[in-house]
Design a protein around this ligand. Sequence first.
Ligand SMILES: [Zn+2]
Length: 379
Amino acid sequence: MIRETHQILGDSAGTSHELTMIRFRPDQPTAKIYLQAALHADEQPGMLVLHHLITRLEQAKKKGLLKAEIVLLPLVNPLGMTHLAFGTHRGRYHPVNAMNYNRHWPDLDALIHQDSEDLSHVFSNNPDENQRLIRQIVKSKLEAQTPVTALERLRHMVMMEAYDADMVLDLHCDDDALNHIYIVPQLMPDYQDLSDWMGSAATMTAEDSGGGSFDEVWPGLWIKLARRYPNVAWPKPVLSATLEYRGLDQVAEEMNKQDADNLYQFLVGRGMIDDHPLTPPSAPPALPLTALEYLRADRPCLMIYHLPLGSIVQKGDVIAEMLEIEGEGAFTTKRPLKAGTDGVLFALNLTKLAWPDHIVAKIAGRQPLEGKGVNLLSD
Ligand SMILES: [Zn+2]
């Protein structure tokens, strides 16, 4: 196991941020796997999952079972760890520019064609060679960049590590939720085993969620290249997904250890680790992200949830009541919050106070909903 500690110069004078990478590298790696957690720095379950995965990988390395290089960044966003204020920690948005840390990641296809190059003459009939070539170009384009801010330096370092990975897994969590996954549709159902091993209550697909999230960068490059150069031999898109490990408070030794064991078994099943393969219980098939219903409060209220996570609901079912806390109905009137679609209730809120437009529940439906627009993510 190799521990790499990088210093990222901060934006404020006299500060820097520490980024730790843990690397396992067999002599002849057959692939590269990149895992990160806490990009939203206030989401800690993934950190503990990766801690346990590191322990499993150390054992596998000692036994000579590792086939792939595996690099783990259990705290990929040290910038977001600095937001301690008023007795609490926030880590979702960058205070300097209010940007969500998991938005506005670059489009690599656009990056390598930024000067309108036509690369069609450089490709061969070999998809692996074409992949190597594209990765070299991506690398050279990244190396030519000069990041200026601490956030740009961090992103640059992360991209320089992830650009040549064959699997890129980004561990997050929701507020109060069951395990679920966001992934591009081109990877499903090929990676149903990832959903199965994670025990994903809802696996939701969108090629472009409208937010430029980290997981869409990696398969997106190959999907766009295949469209741009349809006659070239391309490899399958790189596996990448956002793995949502339940809710903010779901940091627990045994539970997250089991999550790590499951992730380990997924890698075994994919031939990345030469250990005994097991069979996972099956998870539901993937559904389009456009079928995800966000239920929102319309005024300040107190949420009284009636249905637990995992409830299978039908349109019109009452999920919660909203106790009014101002005006004529304050503290006497409760209004029902009803499901607007059929599906599984997979996310609620830990904090029961709600306000206008605040998302208070999520249902993974089966049918695409109308009026979703281009931005399919919550914020
Ligand atoms: Zn997140």
